[in-house]
Design a protein around this ligand. Structure first.
Ligand SMILES: Nc1ncnc2c1ncn2[C@@H]1O[C@H](COP(=O)(O)OP(=O)(O)O)[C@@H](O)[C@H]1O
Ligand SMILES: [Mg+2]
Length: 357
């Protein structure tokens, strides 16, 4: 199988508004380069343009601007069957009147491969996707998870240059979803295929991807590895979309090589990491993950504990400071002092783990 690189170049899709309002910029000048064999996830809330982007790559939707390149070729004007792409849908879209074997081999038959060649490829994929022994069953005689595997096998067997997934796990229950995301990632790595995966589920995006593209209103908000987008979000939107984030709003006093000194809630905080330049007096937002906070008996920021809940691996606190709410995960609370709701305490920040934007 030869994985291909995929490039979206200033890709745009504008839908005319049928009801007389302004046209909808579903995909608004999106550019990205995806390396051969890379697993990239498009992540964002409903309506941000994920499906439209994927459907333009597959050829089911015509771009209104820009280009799409797969390998060394522009595919913008090619029909879907000429594109060397394959898609796995949320609804599986299996043929109900065919057994598993025929579902998976269908595309190869269309391509007029010999039956021995088809058999070799199908058996190989059945093995890889854990479906061996089920080939005679019909689609209504297997579970939802197995139907998902058939949909994946049917796409993989075509050995496409890029594999496209549109929220493929949404119809599965929570446990199976977690199991299948590991499984999809394992198979993708094993085959070495390029993959573009669409989801609105941040845990799915974090656990599966080489890179995550956060989309908002048809535009790229941020693109980076799961660690980059988690630890260095470039906006409040990105920070809130990936995991839980506390925000401290402050004013910059100075910026040195150790980081920022800011004033917030009448206190000074020093050595806050940031990727960007600030001028003294400029407003800034410090993003603090719950696990970079702890609750102490003394410290800088006095707080009221409004929630204290034992979660096993961590104590979940909610604190109120100057009318603002903070979420704290105190990890491994077994031998720590536990504050109760209603008590006064202090919020401690692991400054090195914060990030100012
Ligand atoms: N065929 C269509 N005609 C008009 N507007 C559409 C069409 N398909 C999608 N849209 C609009 O484009 C935007 C992006 O939709 P979509 O790509 O489906 O988002 P997502 O998959 O991220 O939920 C939404 O505002 C949606 O209403
Ligand atoms: Mg969608």
């Amino acid at each position: 199988m030869s994985a291909k690189g995929l490039s979206l170049i200033d890709l745009e899709k504008v839908y005319p508004n049928k009801h007389g309002g302004a046209p909808v910029h579903a995909v608004d000048h999106v550019s990205m380069d995806i390396a051969p064999g890379e697993f990239v996830t498009l992540l964002g809330p409903s309506g941000c343009g994920k499906t439209t982007t994927l459907r333009m790559i597959a050829g089911f939707e015509k771009p209104t601007g820009g280009d799409i390149r797969l390998g060394d070729q522009s595919i913008r004007y090619l029909s879907p069957d000429k594109r060397d792409t394959a898609m796995v849908f949320q609804t599986y879209a299996l043929f109900p009147n065919m057994n598993i074997y025929d579902n998976i081999s269908y595309g190869l038959k269309i391509k007029k491969l010999s039956s021995s060649e088809i058999n070799r490829k199908v058996m190989n994929i059945l093995e890889m996707t854990g479906l061996k022994g089920l080939e005679k069953r019909h689609t209504n005689e297997i579970s939802g998870g197995q139907q998902q595997r058939v949909a994946l096998a049917r796409a993989l067997v075509m050995e496409p240059g890029v594999l496209l997934f549109d929220e493929p796990l949404s119809n599965l229950d929570a446990n199976l979803r977690i199991q299948m995301r590991t499984e999809i990632r394992r198979i993708q790595r094993e085959v070495g295929i390029t993959a573009v995966y669409v989801t609105h589920d941040q845990a799915e995006a974090m656990s599966m991807s080489d890179r995550i593209v956060i989309l908002k209103d048809g535009r790229i908000e941020q693109m980076g590895s799961p660690e980059e987008v988690y630890y260095s979000p470039n906006s409040e939107f990105s920070a809130n979309f990936i995991g839980t984030a506390n925000m401290l709003y402050g004013t910059v006093i100075s910026q040195g090589k150790e980081g920022l000194t800011i004033e917030t809630m009448g206190k000074q905080l020093k050595n806050i990491p940031s990727d960007r330049r600030f001028e003294p007096g400029e407003k800034c937002t410090v993003i603090v993950r719950p696990e970079a906070c702890s609750v102490r008996e003394s410290g800088l920021l006095e707080a009221t504990v409004t929630l204290s809940t034992f979660m096993g691996s961590y104590q979940l606190y909610e604190l109120q400071i100057d009318g603002r709410r903070f979420t704290v995960h105190e990890n491994n609370p077994k031998n720590k002092h536990i504050f109760k709701s209603g008590e006064t305490a202090f919020l401690h920040l692991d400054i090195a783990d914060t990030h100012a934007i």
